[in-house]
Design a protein around this ligand. Structure first.
Ligand SMILES: [Zn+2]
Length: 307
């Protein structure tokens, strides 16, 4: 898949990392420049061989990837960044995410508490990035790489250290743009602990709405040409989850019932959007409900309980 929004804009290639053998779950985006190319997101360590094969088929050696822009440092977006740094790339990141690239240990132990013995299978290695190759940016600061100019937008709500990046009219929305499978009009929210925050998410959507976006490009998954629909659907998804929380959370259900209620919500929303059931596996691979449930519980306890 490729777009070139107009003849003056830069081409963007979607690379499917085929995460866990599932198509269309995690993307990395390749943007060539005058002397090599940039990646927006590099995926986890476990999909490096797939990514490398994609780069070769587009005519690039890994050493020609000059820069990797990360929307945030969760393992499915940033896990391969240390490996790319080893091949010579600079890694661009939000200031709050940067310490975790220099020393991924804390990030890996908190992920380990969630994923247990599946860590290696899911994510592979997360090598540290040397300090000399970490490039920290502030909100709205222009990032000039050869003939490309990116602009990061501070967009918390999914994670507190999250950037969306603007290039021409394209918006790489990371996870703040939700999870939407190619060919669908259906959006789900990834709400992991410890930083999912509903009100911040709404604020971030306001920030995106102030941009003139021609293409919205979530990491999960693909390039969409209906940004107005997409942003409105994100608002609706936040409303849906907030209504659900207000109904369900005060009941303090046992965990199995709590999970069942959440799955019910997800399937009702999928049905309302006419989603073919074969997509449900892809949605769950890109955005496991178990993880969102942990994020929802934490958010509720910290910010809403006792209101
Ligand atoms: Zn994330």
């Amino acid at each position: 898949m490729q777009i070139q929004p107009d003849s003056k804009a830069h081409p963007i290639y979607t690379l499917d990392l085929n995460f866990l053998g599932i198509e269309g779950a995690i993307a990395s985006y390749l943007i060539p420049h005058n002397h090599g190319a940039v990646l927006v997101e590099c995926g986890p360590g476990s999909t490096i061989p797939v990514l490398q094969a994609h780069l070769n088929s587009h005519g690039f050696n890994v050493s020609e990837i000059s820069d990797v822009l990360l929307t945030h440092i969760h393992l499915d977006h940033a896990g391969a960044s240390g490996w790319f740094a080893k091949q010579g790339a600079r890694i661009h990141v939000h200031p709050v995410g940067a310490p975790h690239l220099l020393n991924p240990q804390k990030l890996l132990s908190s992920a380990g508490r969630i994923y247990g013995d599946k860590m290696e299978l899911l994510w592979g290695d997360f090598l540290p990035v040397p300090e000399s190759q970490v490039v920290i940016h502030q909100d709205q600061e222009l990032i000039e790489i050869e003939n490309l100019t990116f602009r990061p937008l501070e967009t918390s709500g999914h994670a507190s250290h999250h950037f969306a990046y603007i290039l021409d009219g394209a918006c790489f929305s990371g996870d703040i743009g939700g999870v939407r499978m190619t060919g669908t009009r259906h959006i789900r929210l990834p709400m992991p602990p410890p930083e999912f925050h509903l009100e911040s998410w709404r604020h971030s959507l306001e920030i995106l709405r102030q941009e003139e976006i021609s293409h919205i490009i979530p990491t999960h998954f693909g390039i969409f040409t209906d940004p107005d629909w997409h942003l409105a659907a994100l608002d609706k998804a936040l409303d849906d989850i907030e209504n659900w929380m207000e109904e369900i959370m005060p009941q303090e259900l046992p965990s199995e019932e709590f999970k069942a209620e959440f799955l019910k919500l997800e399937s009702q929303r999928a049905q309302a959007d006419n989603i073919d059931p074969h997509f449900s596996n892809v949605y769950r691979t890109a955005n496991p409900p178990e993880i969102s449930l942990l994020g929802i519980q934490r958010y509720w306890r910290k910010f809403r309980q006792g209101e």
